[in-house]
Design a protein around this ligand. Structure first.
Ligand SMILES: *[C@@H]1O[C@H](CO)[C@@H](O)[C@H](O)[C@H]1NC(C)=O
Ligand SMILES: *[C@@H]1O[C@H](CO)[C@@H](O)[C@H](O)[C@H]1NC(C)=O
Ligand SMILES: *[C@@H]1O[C@H](CO)[C@@H](O)[C@H](O)[C@H]1NC(C)=O
Ligand SMILES: *[C@@H]1O[C@H](CO)[C@@H](O)[C@H](O)[C@H]1NC(C)=O
Ligand SMILES: *[C@@H]1O[C@H](CO)[C@@H](O)[C@H](O)[C@H]1NC(C)=O
Length: 954
């Protein structure tokens, strides 16, 4: 490929970034082609469609005002499932597909858990994957918790489109501010309200003052912030869009940098508006003068799948056994993967096209076998992709007047620059082009065709043992059907055997799959001896051999036994290449464990790293503790193996969200790379977490009205993370392809710094601070760093913007560990700090052996005094009941004072969490004031230790 050509090619690809997920376009301030998909499990209800329209229409106005008249929702497609009734209003979708859905309307994971959220597992400024709303949420039944649905949509949209994060934090709801007060984590601080504990005892519920937890110097866990219902503050939507006056995002002026919000942690303490203003959307648009038009909606109902295989049979297919390998995989696709009820046709092409099979309606194995007998048997001639694709259109049109939404699986093995001649026609046709490109020189422009039509693209090398064909075809399942009809790939593996003739292995069948399990074996020279045993050690019968295609297969009828199946293949010649593929259908009753793999980019220019993601979920719940391995194959077939991690460090944004990630930097050559991911879960190790999803609108605990709190906070949605142990399972998926360019001929010495530390945590402990974090590596998250640089400051901005001049803390005695190990470091700030410092901010950089330095870590803060409660948020004067436990409390308080005076070196009383305070007391005003005084006094005493402030309540 010439230099000019490859750079043109990259230019095209850059324009297509991200197109394999969302089809949204921004055009003249309006977002177009947003897809809202109603899940097939939602019972038919036409009013739901009207409610979706109402939500988006009101969201459009709110978004327009919140973005200073910049953005609105121009048009939206609502995807209606096939199991809903026909309606003349419903069109057949074109490129719109469940796989591209931006918003899913799907039943809740648990009954009653209707929290709206955005699936986002990347860094700040990166797009999210989708928004999940439940039908009850869309119906407006959750307005008391979340406010109007349109406002919530804008909150979620900001996560999805601009990669901003929430400005509340349920894990750290309070922090100590510069003004020595405990404040609720929020943006802006202009939002007024009260901090209270809702407390019930024997059916008698009251609001009490919040108490300070001496472990953290902050309020105890049960304390909540109740915003004033009526207030003037306008920001911010990412904190609580449900407050009526809130119509803006926090900006550089009113942003609360001090609050420990995810927004601050992930976006380097920048405001949401600063991040939004830095987006491509913002840079490419100007505010509008006139009002935007109302949102337009298209209703589209999915129906049976129409697929045409368009297979290259040119002379390019004659080498490397390509034709036969293609036929093996295509047969597997026809026999097993394509869903019943679909229509399938086959076209083969060289310099002209030949119809091998007209559209056939698949109802059972007869049609499948007949189709698999129509594949091309001979490879010769030139290549004309356009004639292949146009003939496919003809095949489809013979049966269906419209080709909208039909899928073409286009398989090509060579260059064909005449493809541009039909590019426009294909893109406009309404068909979806999935591309499987074989070998290093296949036509690159077709990637554009597939991306522009919403298709996927895969790259298959000529390394037979990597089983690329099978992985690529195996991933071409329908995105539009309910999962219960889907075929999942459990195993896809190959081996070139030289000395040892055996290829032995195991496949785990878990109880969520097992219907019509299909074992499929291919060879290169001679049929191997094949044996297969079920989990009880019973040997299965003979495989069906297809000697011409060099393949053999066996279907386990009905439901395969759950457990570990063992196979053993013995090659009869040396050398020999064997492959094994195992697929199985989902069993209806429970959602299956699903693995999705992808790279964060389609194209990349050296030396930037790419990130590999594998998302493992059951239903919408993350699956944890899985061994996840990525195989990244370059165009010449060299394979790099990476263990993916869900540890919240390095490339992985969130710990335990079921997304396993890793940086990939070890590029070997320019060109295409394919990704395959294998996930193996061991019994009693893997769990499903019921943790509430992150990145979503906050549920209102209750409103403060005239100094009283309205409503009863329900704690039912509080984040209870119960982990259910799962059985063993295995899955193998294809993650498509990506393209790398600009790799220099001679490798550079060291271009990768250590990755940024993103999980730095600080815990005060006596007069010491214990820091923990996950070790980065010499190159991002691989290897070992040379040293750490630890600095502290009283000012978060000084630390963020001038890290290198901030106060250093000696950390040279800490020997860095291997990447992804846990690091711990304890230090005493009292010796280093000046007087009067009320809290400190801490951050770390790491340096590698070539003196390359990482980005600054997330910044953590530690309060160095016992703060005072916010006097503006005082007692609810109605609840006056004296209780005997108050006396206990006040006595404890005095003991605290005394012991601190005695020691003068310890400023926090170390206490075990549960015994810290009698949790069941109700507090009388006066007594509670006494408590405040005694704590204030205690911190006054602390002044002696040299780093805590003098502090006195008025
Ligand atoms: C949305 O608007 C664009 C531009 O007007 C148009 O090309 C597109 O077909 C529309 N999509 C839908 C689903 O109406
Ligand atoms: C593979 O399995 C066969 C039959 O179970 C056994 O005889 C052979 O030793 C095994 N080979 C290896 C390398 O484990
Ligand atoms: C997961 O990986 C660990 C360490 O490599 C290994 O000990 C364990 O057996 C693996 N578990 C499964 C189910 O493959
Ligand atoms: C610490 O606070 C005291 C009392 O407010 C003040 O007099 C003193 O100057 C402060 N010290 C420093 C270093 O700011
Ligand atoms: C490493 O970089 C720092 C500043 O970035 C510089 O002061 C120091 O001299 C460098 N050390 C080496 C060994 O290059």
């Amino acid at each position: 490929m010439g230099l000019f050509r490859s750079s043109l090619y990259l230019l095209i690809l850059c324009l297509l970034q991200g197109s394999n997920t969302s089809l949204i376009q921004l055009n003249n301030n309006g977002y177009e082609d947003i897809i809202i998909a109603i899940n097939p499990l939602v019972p038919e209800d036409e009013t739901l469609i009207e409610q979706i329209k109402d939500m988006v229409t009101s969201a459009s106005t709110y978004l327009f005002e919140a973005t200073e008249k910049r953005f609105f929702f121009k048009n939206v497609s609502i995807l209606i499932p096939e199991n809903w009734k026909e309606n003349p209003q419903y069109k057949r979708p074109k490129h719109e597909n469940y796989k591209h859905a931006d918003v899913l309307v799907a039943p809740p994971t648990f009954p009653g858990r209707d929290q709206p959220y955005t699936r986002h597992f990347a860094a700040c400024e990166e797009k999210g994957k989708y928004i999940h709303f439940t039908p009850d949420f869309v119906r407006g039944k959750k307005q008391n918790e979340y406010g109007p649905t349109g406002r919530v949509f804008v909150h979620e949209w900001a996560h999805l489109r601009w990669g901003v994060f929430d400005e509340y934090n349920e894990d750290e709801p309070f922090y100590s501010s510069k003004s020595k007060k405990i404040e609720a984590t929020r943006c802006s601080t202009g939002i007024s309200g009260m901090n209270k504990v809702y407390h019930c005892q024997q059916g008698n519920c009251i609001y009490k003052n919040c108490r300070i937890d001496p472990q953290t110097n902050l309020y105890t866990k049960d304390c909540q912030f109740f915003p004033n219902k009526v207030q003037k503050e306008k920001a911010s939507i990412m904190f609580m869009q449900s407050i009526y006056s809130i119509v803006e995002f926090c900006n550089a002026k009113n942003h609360n940098r001090e609050a420990p919000s995810l927004q601050n942690k992930k976006c380097n303490s920048r405001s949401t508006w600063e991040v939004i203003s830095n987006s491509e959307d913002f840079k490419n648009s100007m505010p509008m003068v006139e009002s935007p038009p109302p949102t337009a909606f298209s209703l589209m109902r999915t129906s049976h799948r129409v697929v045409c295989l368009v297979l290259d049979k040119s002379e390019n297919m004659a080498s490397f056994n390509r034709l036969n390998r293609m036929n093996q995989a295509a047969k597997h696709f026809l026999l097993q993967t394509i869903e019943n009820g679909s229509w399938v046709g086959i076209v083969a092409f060289d310099s002209t096209a030949h119809i091998k099979s007209k559209l056939t309606h698949i109802t059972g194995s007869n049609e499948r076998i007949k189709l698999s007998e129509s594949l091309p048997t001979e490879a010769s001639g030139g290549i004309s992709i356009c004639s292949g694709v146009k003939t496919a259109f003809q095949v489809i049109r013979e049966k269906f007047p419209q080709i909208d939404g039909s899928e073409i699986i286009l398989l090509i093995a060579g260059e064909d620059n005449t493809v541009r001649n039909c590019m426009e026609e294909v893109i406009q046709s309404g068909a979806i082009i999935h591309l499987i490109a074989i070998g290093p020189s296949s036509e690159p422009a077709v990637i554009e065709m597939s991306s522009m039509t919403g298709g996927t693209h895969h790259y298959v090398s000529d390394q037979v043992q990597n089983n690329g064909f099978m992985s690529a075809f195996g991933s071409l399942t329908s995105g539009n059907i309910d999962l219960s009809q889907q075929t999942l790939q459990l195993e896809s593996k190959g081996l070139t055997l030289t000395k040892d003739p055996w290829m032995n292995g195991t496949v785990i069948i878990d109880s969520t799959v097992g219907k019509d399990t299909f074992f499929f074996v291919t060879w290169d020279k001679q049929p191997p001896r094949i044996s297969l045993w079920d989990p009880n050690g019973r040997q299965m019968g003979e495989f069906t051999e297809d000697k011409d295609s060099k393949m053999a297969y066996l279907t386990i009828p009905g439901f395969a036994k759950v457990g570990i199946w063992t196979y053993s293949l013995q090659a009869k010649v040396n050398p020999e290449t064997l492959t094994v593929t195992v697929t199985s259908q989902v069993v209806n009753s429970v959602p299956p464990i699903i693995v999705n793999a992808k790279m964060n980019k389609d194209t990349n220019s050296f030396p930037a790293p790419v990130i590999v993601y594998a998302e493992i979920q059951q239903g919408y719940l993350p699956v944890l503790g899985v061994n996840v391995t990525a195989f990244i194959e370059s165009k010449s077939g060299e394979t790099e193996v990476l263990d993916l991690l869900d540890n919240g460090a390095g490339a992985d944004s969130f710990k335990n969200d079921g997304v396993y990630s890793r940086y990939f930097t070890t590029y070997k050559e320019n060109g295409r790379y394919s990704l395959k991911v294998q996930a193996q879960g061991g019994a009693n190790i893997v769990t499903r977490s019921s943790q509430r999803p992150r990145n979503g609108a906050l549920s209102i605990p209750g409103w403060t009205v005239d100094g009283k709190i309205e409503g009863k906070p329900s704690r039912s949605e509080i984040n209870e993370d119960t982990q259910t142990t799962l059985e063993s399972f295995s899955r193998t998926v294809s993650g498509g392809e990506f393209v790398v360019s600009n790799i220099p001929k001679f490798p550079l010495s060291d271009v990768y710094p250590p990755s940024q530390i993103t999980d730095l945590d600080a815990k005060p402990d006596g007069d010491q601070i214990t820091l923990t974090w996950t070790a980065p590596g010499d190159n991002f998250d691989v290897g070992k760093v040379q040293r750490y640089v630890l600095r502290i400051s009283e000012s978060i901005l000084a630390l963020r913007d001038n890290f290198d001049t901030a106060l250093p803390v000696t950390i040279t005695d800490l020997l860095p560990k291997e990447a992804n190990s846990k690091e711990t470091f304890v230090f005493t700030p009292g010796k280093i700090l000046e007087e009067n410092v009320t809290r400190i901010f801490i951050a770390i950089k790491s340096v590698d052996k070539s003196n390359l330095t990482s980005k600054i870590s997330n910044i953590v803060q530690v309060p160095l005094f016992i703060p005072q409660a916010d006097p503006s948020l005082e007692e609810n004067r109605h609840n006056t009941r004296v209780n005997i436990s108050i006396l206990v409390l006040s006595v404890t308080g005095s003991v605290v004072v005394v012991s601190i005076i005695l020691s003068t070196t310890i400023y926090i009383l170390k206490k075990k969490k549960n015994e810290s305070r009698p949790a069941t007391s109700s507090i009388h005003d006066g007594v509670s004031d006494f408590k405040m005084d005694s704590i204030a006094e205690a911190s006054g005493v602390l002044h002696i230790t040299g780093f805590a402030p003098a502090l006195k309540t008025g």
